[in-house]
Design a protein around this ligand. Structure first.
Ligand code: GN1
Ligand code: MG
Length: 360
């Protein structure tokens, strides 16, 4: 039996394993599909990226708390097909723990959701479904009794991201600030720093709440059924307390950009109003708990995420590419240019977005 099969055998799964094979193309964790014989469920085996998620115990106890809470809500609402609507993590044989440390890596297993589809881009119709599903996801978790930890501390804290940029600039480890373009990008970003750190200030003033958010609301972190209806929100590693802007803004950062986040053709970068309007409509239907200050600042949240991502990509560029996987030497610079362009496109839509949100 090879190592993967041995790992699977530690977990309390049903059925007999037929094969273990690579699944998907995630950038953070390594993922495998575990196929079993006959009618037993299949499973997903993952190696948890322990360099990014340093406290695996906290991470897994967040995931169990979140999925159990959502499952209880679905049961209470009398939903059918619940096993396809929320992930289930499998404990080790004879233990409550849902992860295994093999001396080098941390592993976990969840039940594979059959007949489900994942997409990388959305049209307005799917954007509205996604908005409602992410809004509902936060709504389900708005009364979770267990206090969740931050699986990546201060993950979406703009003040921290700005500080990390300041440090990268001070050190200029890769000598890249010599380039006039890098200095121009820096100057541009710095102009908006105070404005973009608004959420942390409102929080300190007691005006803005933190809630349990998904914090990685990409279109491809959601599964659809065979009829195009949202089944289930996945990729829950970053579920943690944050501002609702995390989920609203990060979705639109990827879905409402006319091109991919690393497309070098920055003249094609544009904020898509049709995707924004559909997503906002769905989200406001799902996120029934929103306070007026949260709703009013959704346009700010839409602007914040291209900004934060530009800062993060640029910081990594200055640091010599140590965080994000790159496919070619200038990848982080190309990503930065793209996100800066998106930021400016969103900025030009602030009044429009405010009017639209107020109309809902
Ligand atoms: C990372 O690997 P992926 O694409 O799920 C990052 C996100 C960034 C994103 C930018 C843990 O997510 O915050 O928005 O890259 N995740 C982490 O593409 O840092
Ligand atoms: Mg992901």
């Amino acid at each position: 039996m090879d190592h993967l099969n041995e790992l699977v055998d530690r977990f309390d799964i049903q059925g007999t394993v037929r094969q273990v094979k690579p699944l998907g193309n995630g950038l953070i964790n390594d993922t495998y599909k575990v196929e079993t014989e006959g009618d037993s469920p299949d499973y997903v085996l993952q190696r948890i990226n322990n360099a990014i998620f340093k406290d695996v115990d906290l991470l897994q106890s967040n995931l169990v708390a979140v999925t159990e809470h959502i499952r209880a809500k679905l049961v209470a609402a009398g939903e059918d097909d619940i096993e396809r609507k929320v992930l289930r993590f499998v404990p080790l044989k004879g233990e409550d723990k849902t992860y295994y440390f093999d001396g080098t890596s941390y592993w976990r297993i969840s039940v594979f959701i059959p007949r489900a589809f994942v997409y990388d881009t959305v049209d307005p119709k799917y954007s509205e479904f996604a908005g409602e599903a992410f809004g509902k996801f936060e709504d389900y978790l708005s009364d979770i009794p267990r206090k969740l930890g931050e699986s990546i501390p201060d993950f979406h804290n703009m003040e921290l991201r700005a500080r990390q940029l300041d440090e990268a600039v001070a050190e200029d480890k890769a000598g890249r600030l010599r380039e006039p373009e890098a200095r121009a990008i820096l100057e541009d970003l710095m102009q908006y720093k105070e404005q973009m750190c608004l959420a942390e200030r409102l929080y300190r003033e007691g005006k803005l709440p933190k809630r349990i958010c998904h914090c990685d609301t990409k279109v491809n972190n959601m599964m659809f059924d065979e009829n195009g209806k949202v089944l289930c929100v996945i990729d829950l590693d970053t579920v943690m307390p944050s501002f609702v802007f995390s989920d609203f803004g990060d979705f639109l950062r990827t879905a409402a950009n006319a091109v991919a986040e690393d497309d070098p053709a920055i003249e094609k970068v544009a904020f898509r109003k049709d995707i924004f309007e559909a997503f906002a409509r769905g989200y406001l239907r799902g996120a029934r708990f929103l306070t007026p200050i949260e709703k009013e600042h959704l346009p700010y949240g839409t602007l914040l995420f291209p900004y934060m991502q530009a800062v993060r990509f640029f910081t990594d560029w200055l640091n010599g590419d140590t965080y994000y996987k790159i496919k070619y030497p200038e990848h982080n610079l190309v990503r930065t240019r793209n996100q800066v362009a998106l930021f400016h496109s969103v900025l030009a839509h602030m009044d429009y977005m405010q009017a639209f949100i107020a109309s809902l």
